[in-house]
Ligand binder design. Sequence first.
Ligand SMILES: Cc1cc2nc3c(=O)[nH]c(=O)nc-3n(C[C@H](O)[C@H](O)[C@H](O)COP(=O)(O)OP(=O)(O)OC[C@H]3O[C@@H](n4cnc5c(N)ncnc54)[C@H](O)[C@@H]3O)c2cc1C
Length: 292
Amino acid sequence: MRTNPLPAVFRRPGRPAVSVEFFPPKDAAGGERMLEVARTLQGSGVDFASITYGAGGSSRDTTLAYGRKLVAMGYAMVGHLTCVGHSRRELAELVARYDEAGFSGILALRGDPPKGQGAFVPHPEGFAHAHELVRLIHAERPGRFSVSVAGFPERHPDSPDDLSDVRHLAGKVAAGADFVTTQLFLDNSDYFRLVARARAAGVRVPIVPGIMPVLSLKQARSFCGFCKARIPAALERELEACGEDEEAQRRVGVRWAVAQARGLVAGGAPGLHVYVLNRSDSARELFAALRA
Ligand SMILES: Cc1cc2nc3c(=O)[nH]c(=O)nc-3n(C[C@H](O)[C@H](O)[C@H](O)COP(=O)(O)OP(=O)(O)OC[C@H]3O[C@@H](n4cnc5c(N)ncnc54)[C@H](O)[C@@H]3O)c2cc1C
């Protein structure tokens, strides 16, 4: 019986759990680059890695294939899994494959509607919401995985108000989620407000903030537009002041992420989940600054 290393990383007093998120590479060259980044980040105090699950097609197999490679490198691995286009039976099979691949955790997600489809439509034999997937994972492989779910500091775009948003978050935790990982945000007050709402709604599990060192104003606008995250005016001004100098913009992004991370840890965040965007430079600088 394998021991799952994840629960312990949230029980260490005084040291937040650090995780990094990769996305499945598009081709073999991208895969090599991603693995090189993963090698570089080993030894930077990273406790576990996660890998996203695509909207459909080949990237779904790539999640498993590259997740396996990261496990072989020694990473404790969280595989993302979404309900998009899957029946319960298919999801159960995928949970079994994640187990065989040696994953320690699963981030259970509903997923977004495929491009061009306005609202999320569940598979006729599938799930409408993430809490059902949380239950399925525990039923299929009892005690095997640390199960996490998504939280939204600026509330999920489909949620009509903060109250219903946090009620559904509490529902996912009641279904058996062991911790929450948040959507990226660039203003810490959004995270602390989510934590306050969640605690008031009875959520007691760790709520791990997701942060992304911004690479450039263009990248931030596109990424934040996709996630519906707000870019604080002060950050926008700093990035604009760099003009066309992309390296200067990247350095602003790292500085902002370092300040965010310090503020989050000082405010009691149980960990940091870093969206590394399959590159190592900004993440390494962030971790080095935090160690210093
Ligand atoms: C850390 C993180 C990682 C992610 N990784 C991926 C990934 O790898 N692949 C990918 O495709 N997407 C990913 N996403 C995006 C995610 O799939 C989308 O944000 C999706 O729209 C919502 O997923 P969810 O699991 O939060 O859904 P749900 O928890 O099902 O919530 C979706 C909406 O429904 C509401 N809701 C929840 N439960 C109920 C209920 N019982 N009754 C009525 N309403 C309810 C919620 O309030 C919310 O408005 C990630 C998001 C985060 C934060």
